[in-house]
Ligand binder design. Structure first.
Ligand SMILES: [Zn+2]
Length: 100
């Protein structure tokens, strides 16, 4: 049982390490070594995989508007992805609705 907890914590730490890199991965700004690190993690981790594909989809959609996304929108996007990734909601607030 202890082993499982250790494994969980280790997964969690890996997620924290990979999470900041997801955006750069989608933006194609990672070097080979880090891209491989992230890609390997995405194969094993559903939460981060979901976060990455969500980010990619939303980015595509933003691009569809034909104007550069404003930093505010990106910040909200990142928040949203964090919420998605923490879908089990361990103490986190419930997802915020999009816009007034
Ligand atoms: Zn992960």
């Amino acid at each position: 049982m202890t082993v499982r907890i250790v494994q969980r914590v280790r997964d969690r730490m890996e997620c924290m390490r990979v999470r900041p890199l997801l955006q750069s991965l989608v933006d194609g700004q990672l070097d080979d070594a880090r891209r491989e690190l992230v890609a390997t993690h995405l194969e094993a981790c559903r939460r981060c995989g979901l976060a990455a594909s969500t980010y990619r989809a939303l980015k595509e959609r933003l691009r569809g508007f034909g104007q550069p996304p404003d930093p505010d929108a990106i910040a909200r996007l990142e928040e949203f992805i964090d919420q998605l990734a923490d879908e089990h909601g361990e103490g986190g607030p419930p997802p915020v609705t999009e816009r007034p």
